[in-house]
Write a protein of this length. Sequence first.
Length: 427
Amino acid sequence: MSVTDQKPLMNTDDKILRILQEELVPAMGCTEPIAIAFAAAKAREVLNEPVESAVISCSSNIIKNVKCVRVPNTGGLIGVEAAALAGIVAGDSTKKLEVINEVSDAQRQQLRALLDSRICTVRCLDTDLTLHILAEVKGRSATAAVEITCTHTHIQSIRRNGVVIDHDDMLAQPCCDRSCLSVSEILDFARRIDLKRVEALIDRQIRLNMAISEEGQKGGYGVHISEIVLSESSSLPSRMAASAAAASEARMEGCALPVVTNSGSGNQGITASVPVIVYAREKNLSRPQLLRGLLVSNLLCVHLKTGIGHLSAFCGVVAASSAVAGALTYLEGGTAQQVGSALKNTLASLAGMCCDGAKATCGFKIVSSIQTAYYASRMALKNRSYNGNVGILKDDVEDSIAAIGKLASRGMRETDRVILQIMLDQI
């Protein structure tokens, strides 16, 4: 390849914009069952004939996050089989994480009939990947298989009648390189970027995530935790927490409204955005301030999740709420050091919160996490922070973020296995 044939290298701003485009994507319903529906829909399309049987094999983390959440547009159905069969019956893989956003009454009846006929078998994959799905379908004269790895819509391979017809060698890193991210670089990016380059992306997040928050606050989902919070206190941190929790509760309980995700999770996308939006509106901040604050929150969340991984036993709301603490500090004119302190203050309180699957109680975790983030920011703005080498925290914020990544990706592997065993009543 000649020099003139080589693609130009992306500058830092282009890299960060690419990261935002990859991570802030719309999804309807919890992303793990939707990823199963996506894989199953794609497999059915490759098969190109009626499905007579299906085998859905998933990594343990996928099973954990599908077990307790309702699959949207299915009439309240729960579980891997329901997600897969929804994709087979009504899915459109071109819509990716909105694969089952259109399901007719007739298709819902067909879905229930297929569930009753037990044509779908679920298996746990023996895999080192936390995010791994293999959807295998069989028809009268053909078979098809679609394999998803690493991210919720990354198709690793497609087979028809046992023959590979498509394959992606990018197993380990299907996403844009995140090494350009640091707290200081994120803050600099948020200050310098021309907002015209990001406003459509961030406006979509504001519109969709606030719409599901408003829907959740009407009631009818879960235990309506937002009503309890607001009945006790109308303070700003309570309103921030209640608004985010309402969105999460609606989403976990099968609301068909889409959300904009962050790092593969709708709850993380909600947590990283809704409290910042509520805060900015309460403080009468300008539109540019809100957009830049959301850039900080979203990118800090991505930065924290890069070391943690998309799926682990470490609750993703911890990363998102820590990002919110940093964004609130930024919006109040805090220095880079104070933003870092806000992150560390939040982690000092929440680093032990584990993920026992996606479910309605995620909203309750959001309540405590956002209130913690608010006060962590207030502490940082008064230059009060926990010293490094207290527990797993380090003096430098980047070292603290790296420590959290090690805790989540290495230290909690056995925790993850035990959580799933408990959920499946195996111990």
